[in-house]
Design a protein around this ligand. Structure first.
Ligand code: GLN
Length: 187
């Protein structure tokens, strides 16, 4: 099994470290051809507008939209997986890949200074959720399940073989259970 990590911008190196720590082979995805050889894709956190723009420029955008194997998007990656993205002024953006039927608002918790860490629970285990200029999931379509909530809003959701998380599991060692869960979706 090989997992591809979209390596246009953002914290793709931390995802590599997380996958290496559990012995999962991985490659950086930079070109459309790289999507052919992978069993799953991680879209990392970073700046969603930049990732989207460069994905278009580098010819990856359509390939990601059509990618049918499991995908995990974290923070900016989760934003990009949405059907609809709103910015802080509630204006629609044309950035997303449209991979999960949800509406997401960028930077919904405020500025960098409003970034925070909190304890989250998944499958009966607790771990540290790191939220950095995090988005908020505002609306979910019928086929989307909520897997983790924080203050009554969804922070990790799943539709089919795709998961989106508004936090950064690659930044806290105890959140490795999220990468392990993603690997289980591929197996
Ligand atoms: N605020 C960023 C965006 O809107 C996401 C931040 C992150 O990935 N940590 O794209």
């Amino acid at each position: 099994m090989i997992i591809g990590i979209l390596s246009i911008q953002g914290d793709f190196i931390e995802h590599k470290k997380a996958l290496d720590s559990i012995g999962v082979d991985n490659i950086f995805v930079k070109y459309a051809e790289d999507l052919q050889n992978i069993d799953g894709l991680i879209i990392p956190g970073g700046e969603s507008t930049t990732i989207s723009r460069l994905a278009k420029k580098w010819g990856l955008f359509e390939g990601i939209k059509k990618f049918s194997r499991p995908i995990m998007g974290t923070c900016a990656g989760a934003i990009l997986m949405a059907r609809e993205v709103l910015n802080e002024f509630d204006e629609k953006e044309d950035t997303p890949f449209g991979l999960i039927d949800m509406v997401v608002k960028r930077n919904a918790f405020g500025r960098q200074i409003e970034s925070f860490e909190t304890t989250l629970n998944f499958n009966g285990k607790s771990f540290t959720g790191v939220f950095i200029r995090a988005p908020r999931i505002l609306k979910l379509g019928e086929g989307v399940e909520t897997l983790i909530t924080y203050e009554n809003s969804p922070v990790m959701v799943k539709q089919g073989n795709r998961i989106a998380l508004t936090f950064h599991p690659e930044l806290s060692p105890d959140a490795i259970l999220i990468h392990e869960y993603f690997v289980s979706l591929i197996k």
